[in-house]
Design a protein around this ligand. Structure first.
Ligand SMILES: [Mg+2]
Length: 374
């Protein structure tokens, strides 16, 4: 079995809103083999940039697009191909969106591997510890405390036993920050787990003050209070915070996660499979389990990544929560025939071969804006 084609497709909703949500567009990487078998993957980054990294022609032995690197290769050799992509993209890669694009390819290769062996990815990764995981509804804050309260009520009403609110308008003033969290707790009630995602808005000292103030509302974690690269700040904050500190969604690949893990800088490491692939997510899982911290998925895009996240998180020994994006976007809810959404607060791990996700081709052609590699 050899890789014959790598098709890259960008889908986008008609009218894009200016909000912090990556569910308004999708970049799909579809790896097709000479025997007709196809694997699908997705990267959560700027779709056009990802596509350029896949499409770029040979320029130099260590500056080469991913398609050129992979055509003719055996798709089952995922670890070797990961390292080959890493080495041959050195002049524009090693971090950020190039690793995310490699992550989409890697996701597709594991989907292919699963289909080839007739096994779900979680089994090929070593076996799942969980058949279902408690899901948290992941959604943005309202404009103020009152709107946030209404949103909270909506999602506990839908059966969720955990809800996370994130990003704007958090970080504008102490008064509004507290009003948002008070509204969130009032909306979800006393029994529900409440998680707060600040959206990278403070320095470490302000974040510590907020962590103390928010602890009165019994939050389960405070997520991304600091800018993503502030490893010293996270290590300082985590040592002092009365509530667990979560971060990691911005990190692409093992080199990016390594200093956080080496410094024990976080309580909860949030891994996005659409930025790390299964290969580097496996590295992060092993290292985080070794230091006794906790793991969660990050996922705010389509059901392809939701499926991938379920396969990966099910193999994490101490998985305790699954990020279930409930953003009202057709990319989240209609791209695959399978829905992968929590029922009564719990989300089920798929058991079909590969990702267990099949694209709705009618939906793909309806939202397709750009394509290469066919
Ligand atoms: Mg977040």
């Amino acid at each position: 079995m050899r890789i014959e084609k790598i098709i890259c497709q960008i889908l986008r909703v008609r009218s894009v809103e200016k909000k912090t949500a990556s569910s308004q567009d999708v970049v799909l990487v579809r790896v097709v083999c000479d025997n007709g078998l196809e694997g699908i993957g997705e990267a959560d980054a700027s779709p056009e940039v990802v596509k350029a990294i896949v499409d770029a022609p040979f320029s130099h032995n260590i500056a080469c697009g991913l398609r050129e690197i992979l055509i003719g290769e055996n798709p089952l050799e995922t670890e070797r191909l990961w390292l080959k992509m890493y080495r041959r993209t050195q002049y524009f890669g090693r971090s950020s969106v190039t690793i995310a694009a490699m992550g989409a390819v890697d996701m597709a290769l594991w989907d292919l591997k699963g289909k080839h062996f007739g096994e779900p990815i979680h089994r090929l990764l070593g076996g799942k510890h969980h058949d279902r995981i408690l899901a948290y509804a992941s959604i943005l804050f309202g404009r103020d405390g009152r709107e946030t309260e209404e949103i909270g009520r909506r999602w506990t009403g839908a059966g969720y036993k955990a809800v996370k609110f994130g990003w704007e308008p958090m970080g504008q003033s102490e008064k509004l920050d507290l009003e948002l969290v008070r509204g969130a707790r009032a909306g979800v009630g006393e029994e529900c787990a409440l998680l707060i995602d600040a959206g990278c808005v403070w320095d470490a000292r302000t974040a510590l003050q907020r962590a103390h103030a928010f602890s009165a509302f019994r939050i389960g974690w405070l997520e991304e209070p600091l800018r993503p690269g502030d490893i010293d700040g996270y290590a300082w904050l985590r040592d002092r915070s009365p509530v667990p500190i979560a971060a990691g969604e911005a990190e692409c690949g093992r080199e990016s996660f390594r200093p956080f893990i080496d410094r024990h800088a976080l309580d909860v490491y949030q891994v996005d499979i659409s930025r790390n692939g299964f290969t580097d997510s496996g590295y992060v899982r092993s290292r985080v389990e070794e230091i006794g911290a906790r793991l969660c998925n990050h996922c705010y895009t389509s059901s392809v990544t939701v499926a991938a996240s379920l396969h990966w998180l099910a193999t994490c020994r101490d998985a305790f929560l699954f990020e279930d994006c409930v953003d009202d976007s057709p990319m989240r809810h209609q791209l695959t025939h399978e829905k992968f959404q929590a029922e009564d607060g719990w989300i089920t791990v798929p058991d079909r071969p590969g990702l267990g996700a099949t694209l709705n081709e009618e939906f793909v052609s309806q939202y397709l804006i750009s394509e290469s590699g066919r």
